[in-house]
Ligand binder design. Structure first.
Ligand SMILES: [Zn+2]
Length: 221
């Protein structure tokens, strides 16, 4: 165990099996996740865990998630920066139980590091699962007949647009989103009365339908 460390992009000595909050760096997370391809790389175009994380976070915001939910959405796969992305069908097997334990431990330390709730909010796993269906439609061309897309919330299909950003773009978008959610003082949220679109911080117009009929509320954490 003592030797099980990796050299992170920033030069840190990181122990994925014995993680320490102080060693978790958002720059390292953004760098690694923007270089990591989802679906174990079996996609038509490069599509990173970093981009996926940005979409999950934005979708949760648009659906009216709290600030904690939205932040969790951005960082829900942060452990993969240190443990890499294992496809779900493999990850849920008995053989991968130690991986799941390590992932759970690491995500708990990530939650401490970024001041998130200890438990991942339910909406994060719901949106995360739905995203697979949306991503597969765009990126997964030669689908085996036995492959079944998970249930996808219909509203999410119109909210999420898969771009397949190159790594540099994905890293920038991830870090911009991080700054937006963690550096600024978000005190309010809005809900569009006609279309139900939601967002953090005050907007005069709905970002989806353009209506000025938006209700403003205090942001719940
Ligand atoms: Zn609207």
């Amino acid at each position: 165990m003592s030797n099980a460390w990796i050299n992170t992009n920033s030069g840190r000595q990181f122990f994925p099996l014995a993680p320490v909050a102080d060693d978790i760096d958002v720059g390292d997370i953004a760098r690694a996740l923007s270089h990591m391809c989802r679906f174990a790389g079996h996609v038509e175009r490069f599509y990173s865990v970093g981009e996926h994380s940005v979409h999950v976070s934005r979708a949760i915001e648009a659906m009216g998630g709290s600030l904690n939910d939205v932040r969790w959405g951005l960082l829900h796969d942060a452990s993969e920066a240190y443990l890499v992305d294992i496809p779900r069908p493999l990850k849920i097997t008995d053989g991968f139980a130690p991986y799941r334990e390590a992932e759970k431990r690491l995500q708990a330390v990530v939650a401490v590091r970024f001041g998130l709730s200890v438990k991942e909010p339910e909406v994060v796993s719901q949106v995360d699962r739905s995203m697979v269906a949306i991503e597969a439609d765009v990126l997964f061309v030669n689908r085996n007949a036995a492959w079944q897309a998970p249930y996808c919330e219909p509203r999410l299909k119109e909210l999420v647009k898969i771009s397949a950003w190159a790594p540099d773009r994905a890293r920038r978008e991830f870090l911009d989103r991080y700054k937006e959610l963690f550096s600024s003082n978000i005190s309010q949220r809005w809900v569009c009365q006609p279309c139900g679109m939601c967002g953090l911080n005050v907007e005069k117009y709905c970002t989806r339908c353009g209506s000025s009929d938006v209700g403003v509320f205090d942001a719940d954490r």
